[in-house]
Unconditional design. Sequence first.
Length: 406
Amino acid sequence: MEPNATVKHTGRRCHPKSRTGCFECKKRKVKCDETHPTCRKCAISNRHCVYAATSSRSEETSSHDATETPLSSSAAITEPTISPTIVGSFSEISAHGSMQPGFTLLHMHLLYHATTDMASYMAFEGGVSSLIACALDNASAAPFILDQLLALAALHRSTKDRDTNSMFRHEATALQTRALSHFNEASANPHADMGIAAFVFVSLLGIHILHDTLTGTPQAIGRFISDFVNYMRIHRGVRVVVKDNWAQIYDAELQPLLHVVDWIQRADSSRIGPETSRLRSVLETLPDGLTWSIEACLEALRCIQWVINLKSTVPDGSNKRIHATMAWPLVVPEGYVESLHQRRPEAIAVLAFFAATLHQRPWFWGFADAGPQVVRLIVDHVGPFWADALTWPQDVIAQNVARSSS
């Protein structure tokens, strides 16, 4: 959703009916974005896309292509080492965009924006030359990296200028769509090893989808949880890639992303602190005992405490706090993701703490200042039984609001 759009949210997203969509979307009874030659939903779910009539749109596509400059003539695409489950999750992303080949002058502008400002707008400590080099070096073999890097640059630009917001937002979605299409093509080749390419792509894609999820926070908590669980499953593809390619990724010296690798490798269960103590006490004394869901939520809560504890271990202005917050969905146990998917109240209560840590860095554009709304939605949803256990998230929101108004 565009930040400046005045749209009234309900519990369900509404889409206009498509009368000229592809046969596959009509058969599945989903909204088709009518992108030619392959619509976005078919691209990201790797389905065969067929339209009733394509001649007029094909001519339009050919005309558009004539204005673009291909970066490379090579189309050799190899497979990232990543779980099919992660690839399947891409089909849940709902957005619109085109997938034209080649690169335009606008894309060159976005590349310049990434080269000069990415360290700042992504809160990376150190240079980003290794990321830019990785994207350009793999522009032929793994074009999805460059497309996603440019998509993030466009997404950032969309938050900075109201007059060009819509244009950059559309371009961000189009580039992400094309990246996903290339990624699905790469997944069809079972022989090549593209661990580093997959790691960079999924890392950047996860940040993009997190922003989209937080920007589109609805008035109904159920819709938000669905979107957030889908985001977690996609971004957690980083774990799959790291597990299989740890040494290779580490040797690549991708400094801006390597702290996440370290955190995943060194995750443990020793984190304690007063901020999460009330909820921890409630979870440990529930009548049903330590079920699989409660144990998973306790571990997810310990991971939140780890993020909070960074306050005392890094300088106040350190960007590590931002990336520690974004790493939380990667280090929680799989059982927590399933518990949240099942809408269990204990998992939703833990999510309020994550939302509060987002609001501790409200100036970071990637978090879309969504923390207060998510905390309020959760408190209203879980009810009075959990109210005392959620004191800390509510206090964080109240203190930051008071500080900003003074």
